[in-house]
Design a protein. Structure first.
Length: 517
């Protein structure tokens, strides 16, 4: 039966409605699937970590938001059916079934001048009660290390102000020098003296506390404030009370701030205090996420996370700004065992180590640097030329003295040459002692070391060595200002200069004690 025009119109209208309905349903399904792919559900919650069934498409180390409180976490383990998430916030208010949302971003750190003088956490949040950190830029916490061809040789010194370090174990700008030793041997003190000595040098310092007590970091900040060092120092803190995730990302955040300084053509010094606790935090996360704790997992991972951190410190080529990042990581040993796994890892990654001996510490020899076990693989290339004249043979002679002293305890009679070697060595050891927070300019270090090398202190009683040192420093500062300035500017020490220092040192000793010199 033929249809009328009106019936045909109704039929077409109904078909169009059905087609539009099918299209709308398809769009809804696509939209639902797209939203669902960006959202997952929490399956388990434990101390510091969360596991979820999504979101699908999440990338490793992507920043995620969890629950209504929008707790932050990093996608650490990404598998087909689960995502292991490391929490950067506390796990309070989180429970199974909470949503996990993608942000499409990685962890970013605020950088710029606003971070200097502040105490912040690894996420850039203020811990000093002085309001938000207003940074001009944010950079990823983890970034690739600079390419080999972009780097320049390490040749410019970074003076620590410590005679035993600057003369015998020199550190250069762009170097990675490990500080290691047992507990309570003065590792942090050496690093802090290095920060204090950067005043008026243009070097920006970053102190990173990992897993330390808040009271310990408060003492560090107090010392920096008293010396006026907070004017050029930023403090990044993840205390022992913070989640292990924050402790894990803290060194990378500090390194990012240092890299920003380097990108501006400036020099940065970053202290990691300490990487032992950093390794423990990572191991805790690994175990909570179900990773195998055996030798095939934990130690190999630790080497990787520390190497990718420390490889970022370097000295850039002049055409790329010429900036540098010098890293002084700190590691804690047990019972003087420097051949344990993590210490040997870091010894192989870094460009040398400063070893602090508990035996020297107990004897009151501070800083308790064991010269025989310490080394700088960059060496004299980073030293001021004047050091090379006075410190060239000092390290070898001092090490020989320590060996000779240990053997001399077994005998009662010593020949004259041995006795003189021991007497000179004891005076060298006394002159290398240095109180905390008493950093010394390079020129005065050179003068004092040259004086002891030339025998100007041979007749001085050991208990008077510190007083004689002060007299020599004051004398050369007053009588030889131009020579002191030329040493600081990198001029070589001529024979005439050396003789002038010896004469002034002898006069200072004689005027102070009435003998010697």
């Amino acid at each position: 039966m033929p249809t009328t025009p009106s019936q045909e119109t109704d039929r077409l209208r109904n078909a169009l409605r059905q087609g539009l309905g099918v299209l709308e349903q398809a769009q809804e399904r696509v939209a639902f699937q797209a939203v669902y792919s960006e959202v997952g559900r929490v399956v388990t919650v434990s101390a510091g970590v969360v596991t979820s069934d999504g979101p699908s498409g999440v990338k490793s180390m992507e920043l995620l938001e969890i629950g209504k409180s929008r707790r932050r976490g990093l996608a650490f383990d990404v598998a087909e059916d689960r995502v292991g998430i490391v929490l950067l916030d506390e796990a309070e208010e989180l429970s199974a079934g909470d949503y996990v949302r993608r942000t499409g971003e990685v962890l970013q750190v605020p950088v710029g001048g606003s971070a200097v003088g502040r105490i912040i956490d690894p996420l850039g949040l203020p811990l000093d009660g002085r309001g938000p950190v207003r940074a001009s830029q944010q950079l990823p916490a983890e970034r690739p290390a600079p390419a080999i061809l972009d780097r320049a040789p390490v040749e410019e010194p970074l003076q620590t102000g410590l005679k035993v370090v600057d003369a015998l174990i020199p550190v250069g700008r762009g170097q990675r020098e490990l500080i290691l030793g047992d507990r309570q041997t003065g590792k942090t003190a050496v690093a802090l003296d290095a920060i204090l000595n950067q005043k008026d040098t243009g070097v920006i310092c970053i102190y990173c506390g990992v897993g330390k007590r808040v009271s310990a970091v408060a003492r560090v900040v107090r010392d920096l404030q008293r010396a006026g060092a907070m004017d050029y120092t930023a403090v990044v803190l993840a205390s022992e009370e913070d989640p292990p995730g924050r402790q894990f990302v803290a060194p990378y955040a500090a390194m990012t701030i240092a890299e920003y300084v380097m990108s501006q053509g400036k020099d940065a010094l970053v202290i990691f205090d300490d990487l032992t606790r950093h390794a423990r935090a990572y191991r805790e996360l690994s175990l909570l996420l179900g990773r195998p704790p055996g030798r095939e997992a934990f130690p190999g991972d630790i080497f990787y996370i520390h190497s990718r951190l420390l490889e970022r410190s370097t000295h850039m080529r002049d055409d790329l700004g010429g900036g540098s990042v010098t890293a002084l990581p700190i590691i804690e040993t047990e019972e003087q065992n420097i051949s344990a796994y993590i210490p040997t890892n870091l010894i192989s990654i870094t460009d040398g180590q400063i070893y602090l001996s508990p035996d020297l510490f107990r004897k009151g020899i501070l800083p308790a640097v064991d010269v025989g076990r310490s080394v700088s693989r960059v060496g004299g290339k980073t030293q001021l030329p004047a050091y090379r004249r006075v410190a060239g043979d000092l390290r070898l002679a001092y090490s020989q003295f320590e060996e000779l002293e240990s053997f001399s305890r077994f005998g009662t009679r010593l020949d004259e040459a041995t006795r003189k070697t021991l007497d000179r060595g004891r005076r060298v050891r006394e002159i290398l002692k240095q109180p905390r927070r008493d950093t010394i300019p390079a020129s005065e270090q050179v003068a004092v070391l040259h004086a002891v090398n030339e025998g100007a202190l041979d007749d001085i009683h050991l208990e008077d060595i510190a007083k004689a040192e002060q007299a020599i420093r004051l004398r050369v500062r007053k009588e030889l200002p131009e020579l002191m300035q030329s040493i600081e500017q990198g001029e070589k020490l001529t024979d005439e200069d050396a003789e002038a220092i010896r004469k002034e040192a002898s006069k200072a000793v004689y005027e102070t004690f009435g003998y010697g010199g």
